[in-house]
Design a protein around this ligand. Sequence first.
Ligand SMILES: Cc1cc2nc3c(=O)[nH]c(=O)nc-3n(C[C@H](O)[C@H](O)[C@H](O)COP(=O)(O)O)c2cc1C
Length: 278
Amino acid sequence: MKVLGVSTSPRKEGNTDILVTQVLYGAESAGAETRFIRPADLELKPCNGCMACVFKRRDCVIKDRFNEFLDALRWADAVVIGTPTYILSSNSVMKNILDRLVVFGLTRELAGKSAMAVATAGVIGWEPFALEQPMTAILAAGMAPVDRFVGYGQGPGEILYDDAAMDRAYDGGVALAKGEKNFIGDKGGCPICRLNMVTYRGGKGYCPLCDISGEVDSVEGVATIIPDADSENRWSEASMKYHYEEKILPSGPWFRENFREIHSAVKEFFSEKKGVPQ
Ligand SMILES: Cc1cc2nc3c(=O)[nH]c(=O)nc-3n(C[C@H](O)[C@H](O)[C@H](O)COP(=O)(O)O)c2cc1C
């Protein structure tokens, strides 16, 4: 079993690097071969929105070291993605890799690999959206989430004193090395992304991340959606196929057919903005 650790923190040997490495130590203890990668060190440019990866089913056209990250993901049988919490959410490096992985929703190249999302945060309760983006990366690519949790520490290294997080990371690594595909983490919340962020829509419980709805029950004190039988989540094979084949891919030919008209409408729109500084 080959397990890849990804830490999106810019702080080398900081808390996120430690938590992800602890997962890898657990995986190694169960016989896995491991690799560790820090996308912040690859100095990745942001996604430029060209969509060539999707429309041409090719690797990213941007000339930087992103392919090193793609190669590592392809190499792995299982992946742990770790992010620090920045302003209640994950950091910009995490969002950047999420954007640049968009094509895997279509190619399904990573589908079926086991995966874990971990986050570090300084203050308990100040991390509500930290796991949303690593979980989205996992689910959009069709990987199987095995666990997701947050560990706490402010200064770099303080996570070493969060025994619960360190133990859980190690155990998670063992599970990844053993090829676990089922979710072994906390119960409750959304049954797909496991985020504890159930909202109400049309009188029913609704998960905005996964687009499922149903009755809400309390499981171990956590609002939990019992999905309606006809509620297909947005990350299922069928939903992703529909999304790319019916919504995204047809937009390319349509745009090309109407390019001249759209282009002149855009020119006219900006020519009207005489007062806007150029
Ligand atoms: C710009 C910035 C914003 C932060 N925002 C939060 C926050 O909203 N909630 C929180 O709990 N911690 C926050 N933190 C603290 C980090 O999440 C925490 O120190 C974490 O352990 C950093 O991981 P690292 O050592 O891998 O970089 C923030 C840190 C920085 C640098």
